[in-house]
Design a protein around this ligand. Structure first.
Ligand code: GLA
Length: 401
């Protein structure tokens, strides 16, 4: 049996030249610039963003890059290194709806900027992504945010990358592109992670008011690594299940007389007041997960990241048993990582397939990956082999060339 497969980790200069070459071959001539925006993992704080909760996020070293050039007419052309079909149309053709296909995200970013009053010119956009698609690592947020950063900058929107206030606006445009233009529900944390993070830090996002804190998470200095396990398992029914979890939370908040589950102060009392076992379990996940984020933030603030393990484990159990968004592959990956000595492990992202993370002592990284790979490879024939990535807290959206 071959060993674990690791995703290549492109450096910024290499990624910028590759996407500029794609731009030249698709459109001729040099781009005006290259912009990048990363994927993310949730360190802890899952399915709490749409409940006005708080969450801890890490921007990944895997990014989507966009080479962009202004045109003198009102055409928009989009091509991608990963996809055969691109899109060509006019700025005035951009209209929201329930849209399919990857180009909808790129078009949505341009549309959201125009809706917000940016004078976006016609554009030639070439896109390349090192964020695995459909792996729960926010490839869609990386795409909308990279295109919004590129198109916004070429529309004179220097404010969007200038400071955190501008970045918060940029994240908001990414959310509008996804929710309104594409029609894909998202609670907003993915876009914030992609544009408001800081390298060697976790982003603490309070989804009630959008406030952030950068908490130190220099894994190398602590002798730690964050292993990301992309199970390569297809999302099953994720859209409907996500929407139904959200509805259950909203209905429970109404029944409890609070604007959101963030405002539940006495969990036992709240659980007593809910009839359905399913609602009780969903509420228990949300309320306990928000509390775990608080405890994790305290550990990071105190410079004790190695102690996060039990919180990560508890988060996974809660997502598996109470929120019911894990999958067989994710559970196997998490259990395998723990058996191999990970300090803690959990699924990350929306769930139903996708990825898990494991916090490990740096020297154990390869060993834990090998054990997880073996656990998945020998489980049964229907389970794909995973791909491994590094969850090093990295830089947010930026112009890179
Ligand atoms: C998806 C959504 C996010 C968040 C997570 C679950 O990634 O896009 O907004 O709700 O699921 O934490």
């Amino acid at each position: 049996m071959t060993g674990p497969t690791w995703a290549p980790l492109p450096d910024a200069q290499h990624a910028a030249s590759a996407v500029a070459a794609l731009h030249r071959s698709a459109f001729g001539g040099e781009p005006d610039g290259v912009w990048a925006s990363p994927g993310r993992v949730t360190l802890i704080g899952e399915h709490v963003d749409y409940n006005a909760g708080r969450t801890l996020l890490v921007a990944l070293p895997y990014r989507t890059v966009v080479a962009a050039r202004r045109r003198t007419d009102d055409q928009v052309q989009v091509v991608s290194a990963q996809e055969r079909h691109g899109w060509t149309g006019r700025l005035t053709d951009l209209a929201p709806g329930r849209l399919d296909g990857w180009t909808a995200y790129a078009r949505g970013a341009v549309w959201a900027l125009r809706e917000a009053g940016y004078d976006v010119p016609g554009l030639d956009l070439a896109i390349d992504s090192a964020v695995p698609l459909g792996a729960g690592l926010s490839s869609s947020a990386a795409l909308v945010c990279a295109v919004a950063a590129a198109a916004g900058s070429l529309a004179g929107g220097a404010d969007l990358l200038a400071d955190d206030a501008g970045r918060a606006r940029l994240a908001g445009l990414g959310v509008q592109a996804e929710t309104i233009f594409v029609g894909a529900p998202t609670g907003g944390m993915d876009q914030a992670a992609s544009v408001r993070s800081r390298s060697a830090h976790a982003l603490h996002l309070d989804c009630r008011d959008g406030a952030i804190r950068h908490l130190p998470l220099d894994l190398a200095a602590a002798g730690l690594a964050l292993l990301v396990i992309d199970t390569n398992a297809p999302h099953r029914n994720a859209g409907n299940a996500y929407a139904s979890r959200r509805r259950t939370c909203e209905t429970a908040a109404r029944a409890l007389g609070v604007p959101s589950l963030r405002e539940v102060v006495d969990l036992d009392n709240a659980l007593d007041r809910l009839d359905a076992d399913e609602s009780r379990r969903r509420v228990r996940h949300v309320v306990t997960e928000i509390a775990r984020v608080g405890a994790a933030a305290d550990l990071l603030t105190a410079g004790r990241p190695a102690e996060l393990g039990p919180l990560l484990d508890a988060s996974h159990r809660s997502l598996r048993d109470d929120y019911e968004v894990s999958s067989r592959e994710l559970d196997l990956a998490v259990d395998g990582a723990r058996r191999a000595g990970a300090l803690g492990a959990r699924m990350t992202g929306g769930g139903f397939g996708g990825s898990a993370i494991a916090l490990v002592h740096q020297p154990d990284l390869e060993l834990v990956a090998a054990e997880v790979d073996h656990a998945l490879a020998t489980a049964d024939a229907t389970i794909p082999r995973p791909t491994f990535l590094l969850g090093t807290p990295s830089a947010p959206a930026a112009r890179i060339c």
